[in-house]
Each structure stands twice: as C-alpha cells, then as structure tokens.
Ligand binder design. Structure first.
Ligand code: DHB
Ligand code: FE
Length: 286
C-alpha cells in the first residue's frame, strides 16, 4: 500500500479531526439536552473519583500530571476528541446499550457516519470512482424481524473506507459520497450491493492519539470493516460493522469493536471478486 502512505500523509489528523468534530456537533449534540442533572452528579463524581484512585495507586507526580494536562489540551487542539472517545470508550457504551438486544449484534458507530447518503435500489452499487482500487465485493442478504418476518423496504445505510483505508468527507481528494450509500431492500427485505473490500483503517499517526499509541508501543489499526446502519419502521435501529474472516487485526482491533458474529466469510466468485452474505435481524422498537 505505497499509495496509502502518500494519501495518509495528506490526510492529516488535524483535518480529519476537525471534520469529525464538526460532524458530531452538527448531528449529535441535541441528545445532551435532556440529561438528568442528578445522574450527571453521580457519574461526574465517580469518574473524577476514579481518576483520584489512579493517581493515589500509582503515586502520580506533578511532571506526569502536567504531561497529562498538555496531552489533553492537544487532543482538543487536534480535534481528536471524537476519535479518542470512539476508539477507547464507545465500545463499552455500545455493550451496555445493546445488552437486551435479541436480533443482530451491533457495534460502535465511530466518527465517520454521515446522514443523507445517496439512495440506491435493492440491487445497487455504492458510489465509487471509475478506477476505484480494491477487490470487488458483492454483499447481499435479507432484513427480518426477530419473529422472522421479512422487513420490506428496510434501509441499509453503508459507509466504508477505500482501499487506502480513507473515508470520503474526512480525508482530502475523495468524491463527497464515495463508498457511501443508502440501500432500500426489496419487498422481501432482500438487498445485493456491489462495493469493494475496504482496507484496514489506521488511526492518524500525526495527532495526539497517534503520539500516545507510538509512545507506549500499542498499534493504531482497526481491521477492514463495512459500517452499516439498518432501519425499518417500528424497529430499533441497528448500528453495526462487518469484518472479514482472517483479515489483519480482526483479533486485535484497537477500538475493541469486533464480535465473532460480525465476521463475514467472503467467497471468491468468477470475476475475481468476492461475495458475502449477511442477514440482519432487527429488534422491535422499544
Ligand atoms: C474510528 C474510526 C473508524 O473507522 C471506526 O470505525 C471507529 C473509530 C476512529 O478513528 O475513532
Ligand atoms: Fe470505520
């Protein structure tokens, strides 16, 4: 992936961080309005208490405290709060949120969802460049309810990285809706979408999160994945990701978002591409 190195250099942490921050502020901050203040009190008190415990347990010094302070300031300056939280925190929020789900497994949304992607019929091709690199993938399946009824007209919003591991609207030089689409299933809830297999995603290495990872010797990679948000009237929305069996980092995702039920097993097909099937089961709306 020599090209990836070139593009990844152009896609700076500060630029993708700024886009992810703006996206979050546009779509998600409304949800904070109905926060229960008594609960804020409990959670903030315990969170601050947990920090105190770490300081006492490890006898944290002033030098270390100031290094932390400088690092937290730089996370904000780089716009990397969405990235930091979605990589290291969101998976546990998702675990709690989805504990009662009986249908398909969900996983983290991450910072790169954009609402309003172009609509495609049930057998469509995601918008892509004429010379889009990567192994072609035919991704197909059916959407049903937990009682097994097909969900006619279910919507599958898909977004994914390209063959360089980069997302449109968050890395420069990629057409606006590249590898993003909203697929409408047919009367039996079936869909068949043509796309390409994404490459693994690397957290930007030139920002604060990347500096932390490099300094302590962790790795910065997520396995290749398709993002999906599946919705149908009267049913709970499902935000999930699908991974590729045997792929790099499937066993070792920096964001801890892989679940065994979410790993596709694509088979080679005649044209040199792959085909994978996944059926989605949506819980009733609560
Ligand atoms: C991040 C990126 C992703 O593509 C993803 O799925 C989850 C998290 C991130 O950079 O935070
Ligand atoms: Fe992703």
């Amino acid at each position: 992936m020599t090209d990836a190195t070139v593009n990844a250099t152009a896609a700076t942490a500060a630029a993708s961080g700024a886009s992810a921050t703006e996206r979050f502020l546009t779509d998600k901050t409304g949800t904070a309005a109905d926060t229960d203040i008594a609960r804020v009190n409990v959670l903030a008190t315990e969170l601050i208490g947990a920090v105190h415990d770490v300081i006492r347990r490890h006898q944290v010094t002033y030098e270390e405290y100031n290094a932390l302070k400088a690092w937290l300031i730089s996370v904000g300056q780089d716009g990397e709060w969405p990235l930091f939280l979605d990589v290291w925190v969101e998976h546990v929020v998702e675990e709690v949120a989805s504990a009662a789900r009986k249908g398909s497994k969900g996983t983290i949304e991450g910072p790169y969802y954009v609402p309003g992607a172009p609509e495609l019929p049930n057998t469509g091709t995601l918008p892509m460049r004429p010379d889009e690199a990567g192994t072609p993938l035919l991704f197909q399946g059916q959407v049903t309810s937990t009682s097994g009824e097909p969900l006619a007209g279910a919507r599958l919003e898909m977004w994914q990285a390209d063959d360089d591991g980069l997302y449109s609207q968050f890395a420069p030089g990629i057409p606006e809706w590249n590898l993003r689409g909203s697929v409408i299933a047919d009367d039996e809830g079936r869909f068949a979408v043509t796309t390409i297999q994404p490459a693994p995603y690397q957290i930007p290495t030139d920002g604060s999160c990347g500096r932390l990872i490099a300094a302590v010797g962790w790795h910065a990679w997520r396995p290749a994945h398709l993002h999906l948000r599946v919705t149908a009237p009267g049913h709970a929305a499902l935000t999930t990701q699908l991974y590729f069996k045997g792929g790099e980092y499937v066993q070792d995702d920096v964001a801890r978002a892989v679940k065994p039920e979410l790993v596709l097993d694509p088979k080679p097909v005649a044209d040199g591409g792959h085909q994978a099937t996944y059926d989605f089961v949506l819980d009733p709306a609560s």
